[in-house]
Design a protein around this ligand. Structure first.
Ligand code: CU
Length: 344
């Protein structure tokens, strides 16, 4: 009797272990929401990673619309699919705002009310807008906008600074790494204490590129390119995408003796920027662009993913000044821009 009971228990144990193991395997085989449908360890040509509805699609950049009526600012942007040559010979069918990656620069004043409209002209997937510059319930104010639809959201820009914006649609990593990021500057009501000293202003944004639309590489891999772009603050200034060498062929400009202000923003998605300008020390730095966060004499400014800063320095000698992240493995991948300082 005892032996029969022992055998019965043994059989039950084997059955249970088998059931648990097979359940685990099933779980592994279930496609995860955030995984691409491409099986891992399969090499695909780049075009195979392009969503079917995006194949052959290259939507012309549509300029951002910004209109002011008192303290109300009406901002209209698109989410769209546009080809960007991220490095010579390497085309990236980017998910973008307005056909730019990083997206167009948005500048408002502290205290403004932003009336933001997103027109999603991507025929295939929803997109959204997450402005780091505002206080808003994300599920309502940063909500998805469906393909071929548009939505308007209203929020206050109460805090001054240099902020990231990005698409917040799941998978957020895929949407950001595919190109849906940018910078919004909220100008402080009382300005910066150093406003009167500034001769030149430029914007510099750092971002990374990964294997095309490859969430596994974005999650577990290393960036293929780390790049700087600049956005025009006024007419005639350079406006580039995040492209290797974009601000080397056409450097930013300043004159000897100028105090230069850079609005810098690291839109990631994953890496930290150790922002440094070779041949200078920063006179003044406002972390995240808030006048209250003033620091003096920094050699390098750390910008976490999404972080921004206003950095100011004086160029005392003629020459070519390199602006980098002092993480030099990223410089090897493209993260360098030039400032050409000439005599008046
Ligand atoms: Cu998106």
């Amino acid at each position: 009797m005892k032996r029969t009971k022992y055998v019965f228990l043994k059989v039950m144990l084997v059955v249970m272990v088998t059931l648990i193991l097979s359940a685990c395997n099933n779980e592994k085989n279930q496609p995860n929401e955030t995984e691409t449908s491409t099986p891992k360890n399969t090499v695909h040509a780049e075009e195979n990673e392009v969503i079917e509805a995006h194949q052959g699609l290259n939507q012309e950049p549509i300029p951002i619309q910004i209109e002011r009526d008192g303290n109300d600012v009406y901002v209209e942007m698109t989410s769209q699919i546009t080809d960007i040559e991220v490095e010579e010979g390497q085309m990236y069918k980017a998910w973008t705002f307005n056909g730019e990656a990083p997206g167009p620069l948005v500048v408002v004043d502290q205290g403004d009310t932003i009336h933001f409209t997103l027109k999603n002209i991507d025929p295939a997937i929803p997109h959204s807008m997450d402005f780091h510059a505002v206080h808003a319930a994300p599920d309502k104010k940063f909500a998805d906008v469906m393909p071929d639809e548009e939505e308007t959201f209203v929020y206050e820009a109460a805090s001054p600074g240099v902020f990231m914006y990005h698409c917040g649609t799941s998978s957020v990593l895929a949407h950001i790494a595919n190109g849906m990021h940018g910078t919004i500057i909220v100008r402080p009501t009382d300005g910066y204490p150093t406003d009167d000293e500034i001769d030149k202003e430029h914007v510099l944004i750092q971002n990374e590129w990964y294997k095309y639309n490859d969430l596994d590489d974005m999650t577990n891999g290393e960036p293929s390119q780390v790049v700087f772009s600049t956005k025009a603050m006024e007419e005639g200034q350079l406006n580039t995408n995040g492209v290797v060498g974009a601000i080397k062929e056409k450097p930013l400009e300043a004159n000897v003796g100028d105090k230069v202000r850079l609005y810098v923003n690291n839109v990631g998605p994953n890496e930290i920027s150790s922002f440094h300008v070779v041949g200078t020390i920063f006179d003044d730095v406002y972390i995240d662009g808030n006048p209250a966060n003033r620091m003096k004499g920094l050699q390098t400014v750390i910008l976490p993913a999404s972080g921004g800063a206003v950095v100011e320095f004086t160029v005392k000698e003629e020459g070519m000044y390199k602006m980098v992240t002092h993480q030099f493995n990223h410089v090897e991948k493209g993260a360098a821009a030039l400032l050409n300082v000439t005599e008046n």
